[in-house]
Structure formats: structure tokens, C-alpha cells
Design a protein around this ligand. Structure first.
Ligand SMILES: Nc1ncnc2c1ncn2[C@@H]1O[C@H](COP(=O)(O)OP(=O)(O)OP(=O)(O)O)[C@@H](O)[C@H]1O
Ligand SMILES: [Mg+2]
Length: 374
């Protein structure tokens, strides 16, 4: 079913707009074997963009493999997902996957379940454990498959920051990097929803994945692209919106992709034929009620220092938190308290460091906090 506006899941087709430049750049990286790391705030469009890129690559000799490692909690959890996705996505038939297992993974006895409707979908459970296979053998699987078939594999790993949460994470990262850096026929694309964790893995000189690939930051979709998109979605679905209201939607949520779609949908359902002030205002209050349960949950455990810090940001303070005025006006405790507060809020992904200082990461949370302060 084609939908008017989509949020909360990766988008494609008519619900995907812009990203022409980024798509081109990442395709070119993929086609030239350059490892890519895609960073952005939450819900900006990383997963959608990589899906689009993978579906657009038709160059012979390139095979893309996508996996999401959000549910992986340990090193071998990850290895199981890693291998089974590679095997499934590089084999057109089960027999081919079984052959590759026999050839490259040795004594492993996989469990296969085929979906009842007998479509080509099947699940592969390899049962890899430290008892039956070494990390080296597992991690070099894609290179061996690529070499055998004479193609290049691009492995796209979504929610890669989960690796930073494993027990012995640093050791695991060292193992991955030490093997993957020698690959000649395989390259990688890493992305994930926790920006702060991703930056820790890729931007810290002491970490194994430092400078592993090209770091691409995904910016907001520009307003003029959004306006065109919003106007056309309204029109195709029998209603109309002026460029001014479409722009107002973007401005209200700082062009934050998922919120632009969510607010557009709210405006759409509050509109009979053509968007007016009443429809827009109702949509904004619907948005706030949809979001506030989450914000209550995100802020209820915060200390009063942390809440005061957020209040300062809402008042327009973005730097110089250790100055006497700010410390006193917002009751932030001592100077040395500031980095603790900042780190804690950053870990929770509630704030974000940008070039011009510290900001509330989520534009709706900013509005929610501002409303609460009135
Ligand atoms: N190119 C796009 N065109 C239109 N809407 C988009 C686009 N990219 C993202 N969106 C909107 O943002 C939402 C989130 O997209 P997506 O899941 O791809 O983002 P993400 O960055 O992977 O999110 P997360 O940080 O949660 O992993 C989509 O449901 C959609 O509403
Ligand atoms: Mg995502």
C-alpha cells in the first residue's frame, strides 16, 4: 500500500526524497571499494539512504549484503548474524549456502528453517560458538566467498554501535579491524542510530576503527526539497498545502526528517481540503501529545542539575557553561560538575555538540521542554 507520509520506518520509492548528492557519493565509494561510515542524529534517514544505495547499484561484479545488529549482545551473537546474513545474501539457493558453509566454516552443522509458504525466504541458524569455530575463520568468510566467485562484496552493518556495548568490546573491535583491514575484495559501510557511540568508535584515535573509512555526516534534507515533496504528497492524495505552510512544517521541527513526515501527516489528517492555521495548530498539538509520553520517560530519571542544564540550553545558552553567570543563573553546581552533566546527557543522546555549541538533540523535545518552562 502506498502511503501519504511515512515515519518510524525506513522509507523508499515515492516516500523517499532528495539525498541525490549523498546517494551518488556513497555509490561511488561502494563501487571503488572505499569503506564508509555514515553518521547523523537519530531518524535522519541513514537506513533509508543505504537501502536506496544498495538497490541502485547494478554494476556487475558487486554484491551488497545488509544486516542489522541491533539485537546482538555479544561477540558470538554478532558472528552468528554476520555469517548467516552473508551466506544467505550471497547465495541464490539454500544448497549454495550449505556448500559455502562446508567449504569455509568446516564442521559447523547449521539448522535451516524454511518459511511455511515455501517462498525463497529461509532462516539459517549456524550455532557458532567459541567451542566450534575461531573468530579468524568467521571474520574472513566474506573475503573467501568474494575471492571464490570473483566479485566484490560490500557489507553494510546497521546499528554498528552495538559492538561498542559488548563485553570486552575493545578486544572484539581489535579482532574485527585486524582481519577486515586486509580484505581486498570486501568493503564495509557502517551506520547506526546512536551518534555519540558511533563517534566514540570511529573518531577516537585510541580506538581500533579510527580512520577505517570515509566518515560521511548526513545533513538535514533542505527545505526546498521538503516543500516540493510535501506539496506533491498532498496533491496526489486530493488535498492542497501552500509552500508557506510546507515551510512552516520544516521550520517547526528543524527539518528533522522523521518529524517532517510525522507533522506533515498530522497536518494532512487535520485538513479537509486546504491547509489553514487551524489545521496546522491542531496538528502541532497532536504531535506533542504523540511525543510527550516518550519525553516524560526520557526526562523523569534526570537529576536536577541535568534538568537545569537542559533549561539553560532552551534559554539559548549553548557554550560557556562554566562561566560564573551561567553556573549561578541555572544552579549547575561547581565548574567541575559541568563535564559530568554534559557526559551524562550525551550518553543518553539528549544533547548534541555542534559547531556552534551544545544543543538539545531532538527538536520536539526542545519544544516540549520550552512548553514546560512557560
Ligand atoms: N530521504 C528521505 N525522504 C523522506 N523522508 C525520509 C528520508 N529519510 C528519512 N526520512 C524520514 O525519516 C524517518 C527515519 O528514517 P530512517 O529510519 O532511514 O532514519 P535513520 O537515520 O536510520 O534512523 P535511526 O537513527 O533511528 O536509525 C523515516 O521514517 C522518514 O519519515
Ligand atoms: Mg536506522
Amino acid at each position: 500500500m502506498e502511503r501519504t507520509f511515512v515515519y518510524g520506518m525506513a522509507v523508499s520509492g515515492n516516500n523517499f526524497t532528495d539525498r541525490v548528492k549523498e546517494t551518488k557519493r556513497i555509490i561511488s565509494n561502494f563501487e571503488n571499494g572505499i569503506n564508509t561510515i555514515l553518521i547523523s542524529p537519530r531518524r535522519m534517514g541513514k537506513t533509508s539512504l543505504i537501502n536506496k544505495v544498495c538497490n541502485s547499484i547494478h554494476k556487475p561484479g558487486i554484491v551488497t549484503v545488509r544486516m542489522d545488529v541491533y539485537n546482538c549482545r555479544s561477540e558470538y551473537d554478532f558472528y552468528n548474524t554476520f555469517c548467516s546474513e552473508i551466506l544467505k545474501q550471497t547465495s541464490s539457493k539454500i544448497e549454495q549456502a550449505l556448500e559455502a558453509i562446508k567449504e569455509f566454516l568446516g564442521r559447523i552443522a547449521p539448522k535451516i528453517s524454511i518459511s511455511p509458504d515455501m517462498t525463497s525466504e529461509y532462516s539459517l541458524s549456524l550455532g557458532l560458538s567459541p567451542k566450534n569455530i575461531s573468530p579468524e575463520c568467521i571474520l574472513s568468510l566474506p573475503e573467501k566467498i568474494a575471492e571464490k566467485h570473483g566479485y566484490h562484496i560490500i557489507i553494510c552493518i546497521d546499528e554498528f554501535q552495538q559492538i561498542g556495548e559488548f563485553p570486552d568490546s575493545l578486544d572484539v573491535q581489535k579482532k574485527l579491524r585486524s582481519i577486515w583491514q586486509h580484505f581486498r575484495n570486501v568493503s564495509f559501510c557502517f551506520y547506526g542510530s546512536k551518534k555519540h557511540m558511533m563517534l566514540k568508535i570511529f573518531q577516537n584515535r585510541r580506538m581500533p576503527f579510527y580512520q577505517f573509512g570515509e566518515l560521511i555526516t548526513l545533513d538535514m534534507i533542505p527545505t526546498h526539497d521538503w516543500i516540493e515533496y510535501i506539496e506533491s504528497r498532498f496533491k496526489e492524495n486530493g488535498k492542497s498545502i501552500s509552500a508557506e505552510y510546507a515551510e512552516k512544517i520544516c521550520n517547526s521541527v528543524d527539518n528533522y526528517s522523521s518529524y517532517v513526515q510525522q507533522l506533515s501527516w498530522n497536518v494532512f489528517v487535520n485538513t479537509e481540503i486546504e491547509v489553514d492555521d487551524a489545521a496546522f495548530n491542531n496538528a502541532m498539538s497532536d504531535m506533542m501529545s504523540q511525543c510527550s509520553a516518550l519525553f516524560v520517560q526520557q526526562t523523569e530519571g534526570l537529576t536536577s542539575y541535568q534538568m537545569n542544564f537542559l533549561r539553560a540550553i532552551c534559554d539559548g545558552v549553548h557554550s560557556d557553561f562554566t562561566s560564573r553567570n551561567v553556573l549561578e543563573d541555572y544552579n549547575l553546581g561547581s565548574k567541575s560538575n559541568i563535564s559530568r552533566i554534559k557526559n551524562a546527557l550525551q550518553e543518553k543522546e539528549l544533547i548534541e555538540c555542534r559547531e556552534d555549541g551544545i544543543h538539545i538533540a531532538d527538536p520536539m523535545l526542545k519544544l516540549y521542554l520550552k512548553n514546560g518552562l512557560k
